[in-house]
Each structure stands twice: as structure tokens, then as C-alpha cells.
Design a protein around this ligand. Structure first.
Ligand code: DP6
Length: 324
């Protein structure tokens, strides 16, 4: 039996990935920038065992649905091919945050699964190879492989579509205060959502302008310029949700409380607090603020009717093995 355990953080995208050039290989329509969330994590153990007759998955203490198992098997088939092995695996994965509601659990899940399965299969992959591997499981997972603030260069093919660190976690103490509006599993996951992106009239213009927004975001992080950062992050999130809302069929992830948080954040910024929002494929709102403001922002968020709790995270590190 060959085994390894890895831990990975999810990430929040400041410039979003939405839509693919190649859905099978998950070559994205545009590059993206994110920050790893160091206080949230997935820990995944992989055991390749010659006695197993199929891959087995335990997710947060439960056997998940067939679709989740098939997704893991498809991923492990690729690992087995790369490593030249044939044993099935028992995969046990634990999250310390709610999955499936716009906190990218698939990102930390597939980043941890990549390192654990590659290691258990006897492979030592460098960071970009590991990021490319993670990308096949979930696009955003490639950004949870390197540490801190991360850019995923879109690339054109498997070989040049991977993520790398642009700044270490301690470059800027940005805090992600995630206002939890709902913990329900979302109806349309991002996997199906990406396929719909092209059906929106707005996707072409969103993608055409992406490199300008990537430049603005990179510069704003480099200079720790919160005003510039807030402008481009909110614009990028709104552009993605505009694409979602205008795709066919339309996707509307927001709930009334989502909008209440957006409006509150706008008011706070107008009144001088450095704070901005970004939203993934779910109703929860990621409220970003520099460290010194976070206690007040968290206290104010929890007062908004409909916000059930606030998860808080600092910038996080790269994927790593546990018990090494
Ligand atoms: C809205 O990486 O979750 O969070 O590859 O199908 O797993 P799959 O998609 P995923 O898409 C992320 C979409 C997003 C934006 C982002 O994180 O960039």
C-alpha cells in the first residue's frame, strides 16, 4: 500500500476564471488572480491498495454521490497513467468549511488530492507540473498549488496553462471576511456554469478586457493600493455575474442578503473604510479588507439580517504534505 496525506487552502479569485477554451483540459478563456485562504483547508489522504475493486471516497465523514466519485476516478485515472500504476485508491477528505456554496472547495480538494495522489503514486512533481495536474480536476485548483497571491496564466494548451505565485502570503495582510448567506448546495455548479459562459453576449467583451484587469490587479497588489484594488476586483466580479445572469439558461446566484451585503460594503467604503466585495458561483459574499479593519468589518457584517456567520481568513501558503 502506498499512502500520502496533503493539506491545501481554497482561494478567492480577485480576477475570475469563467469559461474555457478547452473544457476537457480546463484551459480557461482568460487568466485569473487569486489569494489562498490560509485559515480554511482541505486535508486529503490517498491510499493506493491492490485489494480495492474501485476507487473509494469519504468526504467529510460520508460517502458522497456517484458524480463526486466519478470525478475523482477520472482524475485518478490520469494520475495512474502518469505514474504507470493500476491500483485503485481510498481517498479520505476533510474540510474545515462548508462545501458547495461559493467557497471554492473544489480548489482545495483537487490541490490536496493532486499532491497526495502524485506522492502516493511515487511521483515527485515540480510546482508547475502539480498545478497543471490540479487544473485537470478543477480549474481553480491550479491556483491553490502555489502560495500567497497567485496568477494562473491561461495558456493555450496543457503545457502552458498553470499557476504561479506573484507575491508571498506576507506581502499584504488582506483579510477575507466571508459573509455566509446560505450553506445550501448550489443548483448549478461551476463545472456546468463554465459551459454556459459562451452563451452570454457579454462573455466576449469580458474576456477581451481581461489582460487589462489582470495588469490593474497585479499593480494594485504590488503597490498595496486598496482603492485601485477595490475598483478592479468589484468590476471583475460584476462582469462575471453579468455573464452568468445573461447566459442561456441564466444563472442567478445572488439572494436578497447577497445584495444587502454588497450595498453595505459600498456604504462603508464611501464612509472611508477600505473594504470591497467579490462573489463566486454562490450567494456568499467575500468581503476583503486590510487586517487592521477586519474586527470592525466582521462585527458589522454579522449585524446584517440574513448573514448567519462570517468565516475569516488571512492569506495562505502553498499545498504541502502532512506528516513529512
Ligand atoms: C466562480 O474551478 O470551481 O469560483 O474547473 O469546473 O471545478 P471547475 O470550476 P471552478 O471554477 C471557479 C469559478 C469561480 C471563479 C474563480 O475561482 O476564478
Amino acid at each position: 500500500m502506498k499512502t500520502a496525506t496533503a493539506i491545501a487552502n481554497p482561494n478567492i479569485a480577485f480576477i475570475k476564471y469563467w469559461g474555457d477554451k478547452d473544457p476537457d483540459l480546463r484551459i480557461p478563456a482568460n487568466g485569473s488572480i487569486s489569494m489562498n485562504l490560509g485559515d480554511l483547508h482541505t486535508v486529503t489522504e490517498v491510499i493506493f491498495d491492490a485489494n480495492l475493486e474501485r476507487d473509494e471516497l469519504i468526504l467529510d465523514g460520508r460517502v458522497p454521490g456517484e458524480m463526486a466519485i466519478e470525478r475523482v476516478t477520472r482524475f485518478l485515472d490520469h494520475v495512474r497513467l502518469l505514474a504507470g500504476i493500476s491500483d485503485f485508491a481510498r481517498v479520505t477528505s476533510e474540510n474545515n468549511f462548508p462545501i458547495g456554496s461559493g467557497i471554492a472547495s473544489s480548489a482545495s480538494a483537487f490541490a490536496a488530492l493532486s499532491l497526495a495522489s502524485a506522492t502516493a503514486a511515487g511521483m515527485k512533481l515540480d510546482e508547475s507540473s502539480l498545478s497543471r495536474l490540479a487544473r485537470r480536476g478543477s480549474g481553480s485548483a491550479c491556483r491553490s498549488v502555489p502560495g500567497g497571491f497567485v496568477e494562473w496564466q491561461a495558456g493555450e494548451e496543457d503545457a502552458n496553462s498553470f499557476a504561479y505565485s506573484i507575491f508571498p502570503p506576507d506581502h499584504w495582510e488582506l483579510i477575507d471576511c466571508i459573509a455566509i448567506v446560505s450553506q445550501e448546495h448550489k443548483e448549478t455548479g461551476s463545472q456546468d456554469g463554465h459551459l454556459l459562459a459562451e452563451t452570454s453576449l457579454l462573455q466576449e467583451v469580458r474576456v477581451a478586457d481581461a489582460s487589462r484587469r489582470l495588469d490593474l490587479c497585479r499593480q494594485a497588489i504590488l503597490n498595496r493600493d486598496f482603492e485601485a484594488f477595490a475598483e478592479v476586483v468589484e468590476l471583475d466580479s460584476n462582469l462575471m455575474h453579468a455573464v452568468m445572469m445573461t447566459s442561456q439558461p441564466k444563472l442567478l446566484y445572488w439572494q436578497p442578503t447577497t445584495l444587502a451585503v454588497i450595498q453595505a460594503v459600498g456604504e462603508w467604503r464611501k464612509n472611508g473604510t477600505p473594504v470591497c466585495f467579490t462573489i463566486d458561483a454562490g450567494p456568499n459574499v467575500h468581503v476583503i479588507t486590510p487586517g487592521e479593519n477586519s474586527p470592525r468589518v466582521i462585527g458589522d457584517l454579522i449585524q446584517i439580517p440574513g448573514v448567519s456567520k462570517v468565516l475569516v481568513s488571512r492569506p495562505g501558503a502553498a499545498v504541502r504534505l502532512v506528516g513529512d
